[in-house]
Every structure is written in structure tokens, then in C-alpha cells.
Design a protein around this ligand. Structure first.
Ligand SMILES: Nc1ncnc2c1ncn2[C@@H]1O[C@H](COP(=O)(O)OP(=O)(O)OP(=O)(O)O)[C@@H](O)[C@H]1O
Ligand SMILES: [Mg+2]
Length: 331
């Protein structure tokens, strides 16, 4: 069963400057299904709408962002609930307990003037009743940290006393203490060195194993995806242009954009020049007609300039939004 699904989701930034109105189509008609207990990765170039998609599915839409259309369902106790219909005060009960959102750059958002323990306590008391501090807070907190392989002494530290990697792991521990069904993490490994990245990836894997939750992980780093995700969705200009099991994405990318992303990855011992994606991404407030990738695509055909290709399943669990694939399929 799916844990979360969207249908034709659209979220735009609406910018009004005097007489003129600009629409930035950051999430543009996204239909997606996230399975229970999987690690689902989202990749794509900077500015393609990854963070906006996460904010929208976490019901964190604030002006100038607006959800223009579509639906978002969470599966709660075997039933699909349309979350835009849940009142904010009721939705608050789901935050952190049902869905946890770890924003981009969150490791720098820990309160700098209080010790980590107090951050945990503030967070905990905002969501759970504490009658007996030792029994209701200290014990479960220490258990949680130890289970995740984090030293309990971080609790005594101030954020600046921890390395970036340790701060990030602490933030993730904080966000998962109430054992959410879904963890949404936006670029948790970006800006960390390779060793710290590995520790964060291991932490996410451990949490998933222990808590059996679903992780939706955004990173533009394909090596991180290869390391941790079960499936990957590739975003381009606010759309999902390909989706498959992680192995299939790397072994048999179907969309020309994904092919570029994979081909540009460095391979062990290979010193040949790796082409990056040619050209620049389109402006999301002024998209080209047809497929948004067509101006950069080496295989562009006439139809690509006129019609938007739909994301269709071509092989088992492998979807692509490209006329080239559907044409090959027909022939
Ligand atoms: N507050 C805002 N007002 C107007 N436009 C915005 C705002 N925030 C983001 N955008 C635009 O929306 C688009 C998508 O942004 P988003 O942050 O979702 O991309 P991203 O894929 O997460 O990028 P990155 O990899 O750099 O984090 C971009 O074109 C961005 O410029
Ligand atoms: Mg982002």
C-alpha cells in the first residue's frame, strides 16, 4: 500500500509586481506514489522544484507559494486522507508524529544559545506530556540516541561545539524521536565532507531499519542516491520526468536528461571527459512549449516542441516522460 500519493499536484510562486503577475511553476503536475517502508530519492538540478515539492507534500505552503491544484493523500491507518482537507490545528497533531520534515540547511538551525539537551526537551514537551522527567524524557531520549549510534554526551554540548556532520545527525535524531511514519529530508548530506556524508546516510538507514518508516530524500548527489535509495524520481522543471528502482535508473536510464545525469558521474579509474547537461534549465516562469527539456535535448523531435510528454510506465516500475521512449515502444 502507498503511504503518500499525489495526483496532478501544482504549486506555484505567485509574484505580483505592480501590474504584472509572474507565476513560477515550481511543482507542475506531479502524480506520484510513495510506498510504505521505502527510501524514495528525488534528484534534479538546482532550482527544479525539489524543495518546493517537499514543502507542498508536508503542507508547508506559505505565500508567495500557492497550491494551485491537485491532491495529496496520506495513508493513515489503512485509509487515504486528503491532507488539504485537514484543518491546520488537526494537522499539527500529525507533524513530527506522522510526518517529519528536515529542511534544507536545518543543521544550522539548532538554537545556538541553548545546549542540545534543551533543544530536545523543548521539542519533546511541545508534542508529548512529561510527568516524570527521568522516565518520560531522559530515558527514551538516551535510548533513541544510543540506538542511532550517537554519543549521549552531545546532549551537554552547544551546537557550535559539534562538527557539521554531528549537528546534522543530531537534527535528524531530533526529528525522528517521535517515530514518524514518514521522514522527509531535504539535502541532508549537502555541504558535508565524504566521511560525514557516509555517517548521515548510515544514520538514515539505521532509523529506517529500526522504525520501519518511509524516507523521502532529496539530494542532487547521484552517488548518495546509489548508496541509500530504493527508488528514484528525477525532477526537471517542476515535473517528474523519470522514475524507477534505483538499480534501473543507473543501469538503464530512459529519459535523455537522466542519461546526462548518469553519464556525468565520475567512474573509478576512468579519466575520460564527462559531459555535463548542455545548456541551462528553463525559467520556471517562462517555460518553453511542449517538453520542458526539448531546448537542451539532443534527440529533439517535432512533437517535443508542441506536446508535453506524460510520465508513463515502460518497464516494470520504470516510468519516463519522453516521446522518444514511447516512439521506440510503438515501433
Ligand atoms: N520564495 C520564492 N519566491 C519566488 N520563487 C521562488 C521562491 N523559492 C523558490 N523559488 C523558485 O522556485 C523554483 C524551485 O525552487 P526550489 O527551491 O524548490 O528548487 P530546488 O530544486 O530545491 O533547488 P536546490 O537544489 O538549489 O535546493 C526555483 O526557480 C526558485 O527560484
Ligand atoms: Mg532545494
Amino acid at each position: 500500500m502507498d503511504i503518500l500519493k499525489t495526483e496532478n499536484l501544482k504549486s506555484y510562486y505567485i509574484l505580483e509586481m505592480g501590474e504584472t503577475k509572474k507565476e513560477v511553476k515550481a511543482v507542475n503536475d506531479v502524480t506520484i506514489n510513495i510506498h510504505e517502508d521505502e527510501i524514495y530519492g528525488i534528484a534534479g538540478e538546482s532550482g527544479c522544484g525539489k524543495s518546493t515539492f517537499l514543502k507542498t507534500i508536508c503542507k508547508l505552503v506559505e505565500p508567495p507559494l500557492r497550491m494551485i491544484g491537485g491532491t495529496i493523500y496520506y495513508q493513515i491507518d489503512g485509509k487515504y486522507v486528503e491532507i488539504t482537507e485537514i484543518k491546520e490545528e488537526d494537522f499539527r497533531k500529525l507533524r513530527w508524529k506522522y510526518i517529519s520534515y528536515i529542511p534544507q540547511g536545518s543543521m544550522n538551525a539548532l538554537n545556538p544559545i541553548i545546549r542540545i539537551r534543551e533543544s530536545f526537551k523543548d521539542f519533546f514537551t511541545a508534542h508529548q506530556k512529561i510527568e516524570n522527567e527521568e522516565r518520560d524524557f531522559e530515558e527514551p531520549l538516551k535510548k533513541h540516541l544510543s540506538a542511532l549510534g550517537l554519543p549521549v554526551r552531545v546532549l551537554k554540548s552547544y551546537p557550535h561545539q559539534l562538527s557539521g556532520g554531528m549537528r546534522q545527525r543530531t537534527t535528524i535524531a531530533l526529528a525522528t524521536i517521535l517515530k514518524p511514519r514518514i521522514i522527509v529530508a531535504d539535502e541532508p548530506t549537502t555541504a558535508l565532507d565524504v566521511v560525514a556524508q557516509r555517517a548521515v546516510i548510515q544514520l538514515l538507514k539505521d532509523i529506517q531499519k529500526l522504525q520501519k518508516n518511509t524516507i523521502i530524500l532529496v539530494t542532487h548527489d547521484m552517488a548518495v542516491h546509489a548508496n541509500i535509495t530504493d527508488r528514484i524520481g528525477i525532477m526537471y522543471a517542476g515535473m517528474f520526468v523519470e522514475e524507477a528502482r534505483t538499480d534501473d535508473i543507473f543501469e538503464n536510464p530512459l529519459h535523455p536528461y537522466t542519461k546526462f545525469l548518469i553519464a556525468s558521474l565520475p567512474k573509478m579509474g576512468d579519466k575520460t571527459y564527462k559531459p555535463s547537461v548542455p545548456g541551462v534549465p528553463p525559467s520556471l516562469s517562462n517555460l518553453p512549449p511542449g517538453c520542458p527539456f526539448h531546448p537542451r535535448c539532443p534527440y529533439v523531435m517535432d512533437i517535443c516542441k508542441k506536446e508535453i510528454p506524460q510520465l508513463v510506465e515502460l518497464n516494470t516500475e520504470h516510468k519516463s516522460a519522453c516521446f522518444l521512449n514511447s516512439k521506440e515502444r510503438v515501433e
